[in-house]
Design a protein around this ligand. Sequence first.
Ligand code: SAH
Length: 414
Amino acid sequence: MAHGALHYPIVAIEGSSVIDVVLHSGRDRSLRRRHPWVLSGAVDRVSELPGGSTGGWARVSSAEGEVLGYGDYSGNSALRVRMLCFGKDEPRSDLIQARLSAAIEARRTHPLLANTDAVRLVNAEGDGLPGLVVDRYADALVVKFASSGMAARREEIAHGLKELSHARLGYERADPTLSRREGMSVQQGPLWGTPPSGPVEIDERGRRFWVDLSAGQKTGFYLDQRDHRDLVQLLSSGRRVLDLFAYTGGFSVAAAAGGARAVTLVESSPSALEVANANLETNRVDCEVECVRADAFRYLRPGKGPDHREGSFDLLVIDPPPLARRKRDVGRAARAYKDLLLFALRAASPDALILAFACSHHVGPELFRKICFGASLDAGRPLKVLRELGAPADHPVALDHPEGVYLKGLLLQV
Ligand code: SAH
């Protein structure tokens, strides 16, 4: 293709129109490395959008006119195109179904995902399906469309998921912030089947949890902490456990199942604590339990007098929400996190174990180590790393897409 005016007409791929996206000169490098995002700043020009649509297939070309691949166009998003395939060939008509099938099949008999009926079935870019997240909770699937391109395939995806998973319910979870960013309508409700009147029960390696499909964090539960719940269960015998930012008590249930002497949950959301209570009850937890509705920072911050919490916990889990949602928040987040860990160290007994997590992409593993080191220096308590922690096998990260890494943690020994 020559430089200058657009030469590609709007053609049809399986009945949908194609938007031509031509990149600025020199902005094709990331696509040649199979990175799945085309940022708005990389785009030189775009052919006219049919009917003012924000979604649809995009064919992405270099400034020199070489077709680099095809993806989902998002007219309102900073992620202007999310790539679905690379190279000059048009996408196969069964591309989405084939990716769904591969993702579901990969989990079905995976030894790292055994003995649980709650699994992430589709992890967006990690499964070659940017903009789509699907979690299985027993007989129900929760589906999140995070891009207008994926949302436009709602019916096709629902049909495929139903056939492939045999789940009795497919439930679409809305994400109002994302929807606004993508310029799409906020939708929530069943894609097929009838939603239950209450939460759904899951069985994760003998631990049972109630999951509200229609409300709460993520798609209802922190599936990404599954392996770390196993770890806490393994390490809790005889220990006094502090579960900070407990949400619905995943770590506390695991600690109790592992024979903890006592568990203390600290969580600011009353509704999450209510579910945590139900979870503890369902698992017939028989150790001492304390549920504290509080700000975790305040709970730990030492007062003026003698600190009544000093040395009172032998295993501490620190799992805050993302403290840096944007890059410019990183400095503030790092200080907040350091304080948190510093206070936690004061509450830790001489041989305590600490599982410290950070789930913000902007706080990378190196910075996270530095933060932990800073807290350890200030507390005057050396720490050893026993294990590096990350997301489990049902949250794969494509090596082409380093932004997919978010959850990181350290198992620390005081
Ligand atoms: N550990 C949990 C997930 C934690 S998500 C699990 O494994 O399921 C973060 C949780 O922190 C949310 O439930 C949120 O309600 C809670 N939270 C946010 N800010 C808080 C604060 N300042 N103090 C206590 N809890 C807080």
